[in-house]
Design a protein around this ligand. Structure first.
Ligand code: SF4
Length: 367
């Protein structure tokens, strides 16, 4: 569907314009020095969910705590989640921990060097496999991430909805066609760098681009018409009640979420989704009974947190609470603990629960 002539022209532009531009302009990033498969893997997973400037401190902290694949494999899941805390998509952290253990036992601690073996590891899909394969082992694999999709859509004035599977297939084929054989790592990084620093979503800086003569989007005069995206479906909104249950010693109760669910293995202030016809206070009482087997009464309001996940948005109303009868049991949670407020941060939480901790610490400072 793409004109062979334009593919050839773009391939020449990639080789003779884009790659030299990348060599001269690439940003310095911690994972670009001392490039090992392990460092490439961790950085790629982090970059899938956050920008370079936000990923950098996470990467440095992670590498300090787990400098090698061996140290990651030997760590507890809680420690790994703690290092991932705030990055979101916690199944990635659980999977990379599992993958490190598999590499240690099944591959004698050496990161597998073929695309087939890399993609078999938990949590590694085609994008991550292509990134690790090309950047760490220089395998001829083209990556297709959001930046590359935008650059390709503009270079070829691609007229399909880029959220569709068919379009992604077409763009992957295009990336494969343009790939500079034997220099895949540089090709991939150059495409991603162009998308991240020049071919920006709203304001592409075409004057600074090394390839305008090969860009049909630029030549159309309306590069921001691409990529074409069908509107996103509206995501559902849920209302949640959460409790800061306190005891006589001034400790608060936290529970660990079941390992295999959403935010699995993270710790939280217990609670859950409000049901139809229920007040938030009733919701909290019901949830604490179901989750921990305790009868409680809800006290003062603490904070409401609004948070957006990839597939829903949430408002979480948090109240103080006290146990009227019963002792906590692990009915619908993995574990529970009574903690002093000063100790809460020893465990990993989702962002919403971290806001509750911020609020509790603020109250403690003010009291
Ligand atoms: Fe993007 Fe403009 Fe370069 Fe085309 S010319 S790839 S639109 S920055």
């Amino acid at each position: 569907m793409f004109e062979q002539k334009h593919i050839k022209k773009t391939r020449r532009a990639v080789r003779h314009k884009l790659l030299p531009w990348f060599t001269a302009n690439k940003r310095s990033m911690p994972w670009r020095s001392n490039r090992t498969p392990y460092r490439v893997w961790i950085s790629e997973l982090m970059l899938q969910q956050t920008r370079v400037d936000q990923a950098t401190p996470y990467f440095q902290r992670f590498m300090k705590r787990f400098p090698s694949l061996k140290s990651l494999a030997a760590a507890s899941q809680t420690d790994v989640l703690k290092m991932w805390e705030g990055l979101g998509y916690y199944s990635r952290a659980r999977n990379l921990h599992k993958a490190a253990q598999i590499i240690t036992t099944d591959h004698k601690g050496r990161f597998p060097a073929t695309a087939e073996a890399i993609i078999k590891l938990p949590g590694i899909g085609p994008y991550t496999a292509a990134a690790i394969g090309s950047l760490a082992f220089n395998l001829d694999l083209a990556v297709l991430d959001g930046n590359v999709i935008r650059v390709l859509s503009r270079l070829f004035a691609y007229s399909r909805d880029t959220r569709s599977t068919a379009a992604k297939k077409g763009l992957q084929q295009l990336a494969d066609d343009l790939l500079v054989q034997g220099d895949a790592g540089n090709f991939n990084e150059a495409m991603m760098e162009l998308g991240a620093t020049v071919c920006l979503p709203q304001n592409p800086n075409c004057a600074a681009c090394p390839m305008p003569t090969a860009c049909l989007g630029f030549q159309s005069g309306r590069p921001t018409d691409y990529p074409i995206k069908a509107p996103k479906k509206k995501v559902p909104h849920i209302v949640v009640g959460a409790a800061v249950v306190t005891n006589r010693k001034g400790e608060v109760l936290i529970a660990q979420r079941p390992v295999n669910g959403m935010l699995g293995g993270l710790w939280e202030f217990p609670g859950g989704k409000q049901e139809t016809g229920e007040t938030i206070q009733e919701c909290i009482v019901r949830e604490l009974k179901e989750e921990l087997g305790i009868n409680t009464e809800t006290g003062e309001f603490l904070i409401t947190i609004h948070h957006a996940y990839s597939h829903f948005t949430m408002e979480m109303h948090t109240y103080f609470s006290k146990i009227k009868s019963g002792r906590p049991r692990t009915i619908h949670c993995q574990d529970y603990r009574w903690m002093k407020i000063s100790e809460l941060r020893e465990f990993p939480y989702s962002k919403a629960d971290l806001y509750i901790i911020d609020e509790l610490e603020k109250l403690r400072r003010e009291s």
